[in-house]
Write a protein that binds this ligand. Structure first.
Ligand code: COA
Ligand code: AMP
Length: 632
């Protein structure tokens, strides 16, 4: 069947389409209703169904002939070590770990925060929660204590699972002091933590609160999977919103599994038993969906890589992993390939490796520039596919459906909507726009399985942030257009979110930090184009009257504050002082115009500017940071 026929089949009978796919999942009890729309615009998939994610990801395969197949391969150039787990071994470890967390008081429905580096125990922690119906919330290791504290206060976890350290190529990241600070800062008092001591760097523990992971595992009894409702949350994943308050994206249990399993073949063309590698981090949605859940639900071998595309030890690291583990498909962010291309522009290192098993490269997380796409095609000789999705959806909204039919690749486009998504480009009045006109990219409700049913404990905020702008639609906050062939082109965000090395960050949250500096009267943070990371944030500061301190000192202080409050992942390293900021008559800072000046892209004089010299001042300011007329 062609893509067009499959999409038409879904359109003709959306619930029947997903109901048939739900047969690929094990259910203790089938659903009563495929799609419950009684609370629309909040929808629930497979209501009344009873299932378990861990059973489907592990036990089911052990019982059905995959017990001795590798489930997880951990490859860690930063520790110079590797570890493998068959499905049976992983199931046994997870069952014991589930016993540990239950012995620490965690039951079905309780929340568990996982703040861990890229070690197999992080995957086990997620699956152990799923095994007993606890709701995990993984927090990326590059976030600071304050961000962790915010998530603790929203999720109200019973337990935090963490480790002594993470390992970045140039430094050890001590997790424990960050964890201790976060627990101190949070209002919700976490009573128990489970701490994995890593050989590379240990940590001190607080006797009555911190439990040693290794000791607890040695004494643990395995526990069985606990049946949960299809509509029960499997996890919460916080993602940047337009303020410092992150949004708790809820992923349900049943719909999540049905869609992810479907995506493995449809989006990535992968069969059970094949080797799948998502070079991301378990702290991001890509890691949740494609390091952990989808490959395991599909019976694949998943690669977990604790390293970087370059520097661990060189720009051939990815090719080494592909050769060594016979990777069939790689999924990463374009920024990783820009890093490789920068160090090895001719792709000389590719030639040192046998990539014969490798058949497809998938990019997502940020806009894919055509140069990077073509470089991948040329050097690797495989299709390079850009696809577009969000933390909110958990799987691709638009992709090239290679498992159904490979459509012609158009660089700059994320191809076509997946079955389940009716993507429309709307004007500000909510009217569909014709081909090639840019507008708000929206998805007609209901969203397909796996997409968020709501925000954690905040139906009101879910409606306000996503549904109220265009009634009947989910607003993606991306702007883009469909071309004459129906291909989607994602061009920009319509809010203050920027994508830094494929990581989603809010400039509004950074502005909140800058504005809290005692000498800062007002400020603007904008994402400017960056050759490696796609975008990076820069800050412009207006100081309080009478401040006579050295401007460079103040700039350095705000840089440090962002690192301490949001985390190194924000990559906020540049700020400068200006006399004033350009604004609209209603007082909104013209960030878009400043960004265009910094990016050296054409811009029109805004009608609200009475004194054009203010824009010369902006050009001078960004030039001091190496942008605009100051850039090469
Ligand atoms: N724990 C603690 N700190 C972390 C971290 C973690 N898990 N991950 C990143 N950091 C730190 C880095 O050490 C760096 O700190 P620094 O300012 O002291 O140098 C900072 O956060 C920024 O990290 P990053 O954006 O990853 O930049 P980088 O220069 O270290 O590496 C790339 C750049 C492009 C190589 C890297 O971002 C990459 O491989 N990205 C592609 C894959 C990916 O992660 N995609 C995400 C979604 S698919
Ligand atoms: P995240 O929730 O971190 O996955 O970030 C989602 C956002 O990243 C989207 O809303 C887009 O703005 C951007 N994004 C993700 N994938 C792509 C892509 N393939 N092309 C363009 N932008 C993308």
């Amino acid at each position: 069947m062609s893509y067009a026929q499959t999409y038409a089949q879904w359109q003709a009978d959306p619930t029947g389409f997903w109901e048939a796919l739900a047969e690929d999942i094990h259910w203790y009890k089938r659903w009563d209703t495929v799609l419950d729309d009684s609370q629309a615009p909040i929808y629930r998939w497979f209501k009344g169904g009873v299932t378990n994610t861990c059973y489907n990801a592990l036990d089911r395969h052990v019982e059905n002939g995959r017990a001795d197949q590798l489930a997880l391969v951990y490859d860690s150039p930063v520790t110079n070590s590797q570890q493998t787990f068959t499905y049976r071994e992983l199931r046994d470890e997870v069952a014991k770990l589930a016993g540990v967390i239950r012995s620490l008081g965690v039951e079905k429905g309780d929340r568990v925060i996982i703040y861990m580096p890229m070690v197999p125990e992080a995957v086990m922690a997620m699956l152990a929660c799923a095994r007993i119906g606890a709701i995990h919330s993984v927090v990326f290791g590059g976030f600071a204590a304050k961000e962790l504290a915010t998530r603790i206060d929203d999720a109200l976890p019973k337990l935090i699972m963490s480790a002594s350290c993470g390992i970045e190529p140039t430094r050890i990241v001590e997790y424990k002091p960050l964890l201790d600070d976060a627990i101190d800062m949070a209002e919700h008092k976490v009573e128990r933590t489970l701490i994995l001591q890593r050989d590379q760097h240990g940590c001190d523990c607080i006797a009555e609160r911190d439990v040693d992971w290794g000791d607890a595992m040695a004494a643990a009894e395995p526990v069985d999977c606990v049946p949960v409702q299809a509509t029960d949350p499997c996890y919460i994943l916080y993602t940047s919103g337009t303020t410092g308050q992150p949004k708790g994206i809820v992923r349900d249990t049943g719909g999540h599994m049905v869609a992810l399993k479907y995506s493995m073949k449809t989006v990535y063309g992968v069969e059970p038993g094949e080797v799948y590698w998502a070079a991301s981090d378990v702290g991001w949605v890509v890691g949740h969906s494609y390091i952990v859940y989808a490959p395991l639900l599909h019976g694949c071998t998943s690669i977990m890589y604790e390293g970087k595309p370059v520097g661990t030890p060189d720009a051939g690291a990815f090719w080494r992993v592909i050769e060594e583990h016979k990777v069939n498909v790689l999924f990463t962010a374009p920024t990783a390939f820009r890093a490789i291309k920068r160090e090895d522009p001719q792709g000389e290192l590719v030639k040192n490796y046998d990539l014969s098993a490798f058949r497809g490269l998938f990019f997502a997380g940020e806009r894919c520039d055509p140069d990077t796409l073509h470089w991948g095609e040329d050097k690797l000789g495989v299709p390079v596919i850009d696809h577009w999705w969000q933390t909110e959806t958990g799987w691709a909204i638009c992709a090239n459906p290679v498992g159904i039919e490979t459509l012609p690749v158009k660089a700059g486009s994320t191809t076509v909507p997946m079955p389940g998504y009716d993507v429309q480009i709307l004007d500000p009045n909510g009217q569909p726009l014709p081909a090639n006109e840019i507008g708000a990219v929206c998805v007609k409700l209901p969203l397909p399985p796996s997409a968020l049913p709501t925000l954690w404990q905040r139906d009101d905020l879910y409606k306000a942030k996503y549904l109220n702008h265009y009634p009947g639609y989910y607003s993606t906050a991306d702007a883009g257009f469909k071309d004459e062939d129906g291909y989607l082109h994602i061009m920009a965000r319509t809010d203050d979110i920027i994508n830094v090395a494929g990581h989603r960050l809010s400039t509004g949250a950074m502005e909140e930090v800058l504005a809290s500096h005692v000498d800062v009267a007002e400020c603007a943070v904008l994402g400017v184009n960056d050759e490696l990371k796609g975008e990076i944030p820069i800050g412009l500061l207006v100081l309080n009257a009478g401040v006579t301190r050295d401007h460079a000192d103040i700039a350095a202080e705000v840089v440090q504050m962002v690192r301490e409050r949001i985390g190194p992942v924000a990559a906020f390293k540049k700020a400068t002082v200006v006399k004033r900021l350009p604004k609209t008559r209603s007082g909104k800072i013209l960030r878009g115009t400043i960004k265009r000046i910094a990016d050296n892209t054409p811009w029109d004089m805004p009608a609200t500017i009475d004194d054009p010299t203010i824009l010369d001042e902006m050009a001078e300011a960004v030039a001091t940071l190496g942008y605009g007329k100051g850039s090469s």
